[in-house]
Design a protein around this ligand. Structure first.
Ligand code: SF4
Length: 372
């Protein structure tokens, strides 16, 4: 988001969600700011620009602005001068890491981005930490925000992050593999093969297979040109994306009892389509195993889970969900099991969408309400 203001312009990159964005936008409107978009990121950039105009320097303006933000934010802020600042909110909801190469510095949400761009991973940016990189390549850092109740997003390890990332000292691959091991212990199944739903179910499927002694085989071929299906706004688009994205591998599933490992069930429609496609390809039984607990609550901190009334776990009983998915059995990992699989993370977790207990308690507004 690029914001022009009287003395120059700033560019920000924002991951997360600001829960008091509406109140801040109103305050800025009254101060004469114009808004062109419906995103909270624009509020963040305008607030920083506003604080720059109040005087006190670039970094101080960022810190002053950040102290007014409630919610999740990892930010990169590039000013008209020669400074790039990186900031992670004091709860540490979203990941942020620092890299170095002969060409300079890099800051990214995930370490896989540093690997791809030829940077060495140096370290995670800590919750509340502000990093400044100047035009001469000098890096400085200080704790600018907090302390606050910590809460790294547990769902990053289940689904969001890329498998080759290491976040807050924990390898996403290892975490997912262990989720599968835990699932196999918590919900064993009499089956012939284990298949993972690409992509974020694959490592959990490997862990499940290793723990249970069953062979792990590919159950689907994935169309590489389709993005994440949950991102599409309408159900019809999501259904179409699932159909185009995953094609069952008949040779591996026909006549077999299949343990199918997926990362989550949100509304239930995607999973049902995947199960029915396996059965249409000849699978004798499908035992669905899920590497996250049921979603009962929405997320106010940057994950698009949707409204609580649309979450299938709030609408149907366990048996009804199993039937509606067309599965022969269904098992979710427990919250304790999930946390034990992620025990290498250096931060405490946010698990609010599973438990209803969030690190920040006074939730003012959902992302959808703000956008509307
Ligand atoms: S509520 Fe769930 S998805 Fe949102 S930040 Fe917390 S753990 Fe992550």
């Amino acid at each position: 988001m690029v914001t022009e203001y009287l003395k120059g312009r700033i560019a920000i990159s924002h991951n997360g969600n600001i829960i008091n964005a509406a109140a801040l936008r109103e305050k800025l409107r009254r101060a004469g700011c114009d808004f062109n978009a419906t995103t909270d990121s624009e509020v963040v950039s305008s607030l920083i620009a506003y604080e720059i105009l109040q005087g006190g320097g670039f970094e101080e303006a960022i810190v002053k602005a950040a102290k007014q933000l409630r919610g999740a934010y990892t930010l990169l802020v590039l000013g008209s001068g020669d400074r790039l600042c990186a900031l992670r909110d004091p709860s540490g909801f979203r990941p942020l890491c620092l890299g170095r190469s002969n060409h300079g510095w890099a800051v990214a949400s995930e370490s896989c981005a540093l690997d791809s761009a030829g940077f060495d991973f140096l370290r995670d940016v800590q919750p509340g930490e502000l990093i400044t990189i100047d035009g001469r390549g000098r890096m400085s850092s200080r704790m600018a925000l907090g302390p606050a109740k910590l809460g790294m997003c547990l769902f990053e390890y289940v689904y969001f992050a890329r498998t080759d990332s290491v976040i807050d000292s924990l390898s996403v691959y290892e975490a997912r593999y262990r989720m599968g091991e835990v699932l196999a212990r918590e919900h064993p199944a009499k089956a012939d093969v284990v298949c993972g739903v690409p992509d974020s179910g694959l490592e959990a499927a490997m862990g499940y297979a290793a723990q249970s002694g069953l062979p792990c085989v590919p159950g689907f071929v994935k169309n590489r040109y389709i993005g994440r299906s949950f991102i599409f706004p309408s159900q019809a688009q999501r259904d179409m994306a699932v159909r185009l994205k995953l094609s069952p591998l008949r040779v591996n599933v026909a006549g077999k009892r299949v343990v199918l490992v997926d990362d989550s069930i949100v509304r239930g429609t995607t999973g049902a389509k995947i199960v029915s496609s396996l059965k249409a390809a000849g699978a004798r039984e499908v035992h669905l195993r899920i590497s996250s607990p049921p979603f009962y609550h929405t997320c106010y901190f940057g994950t698009d889970i949707g409204d609580e009334e649309n979450l299938i776990a709030n609408r149907l009983s366990h048996d009804e969900i199993t039937t509606s998915m067309g599965a022969d059995s269904l098992g979710y990992i427990s919250i304790e099991g999930l946390k034990s699989a992620c025990s290498g993370c250096s931060l405490p977790f946010c698990d609010g969408c599973f438990t209803g207990r969030y690190p920040l308690d006074a939730v003012e507004q959902s992302k959808t309400q703000f956008e509307q």
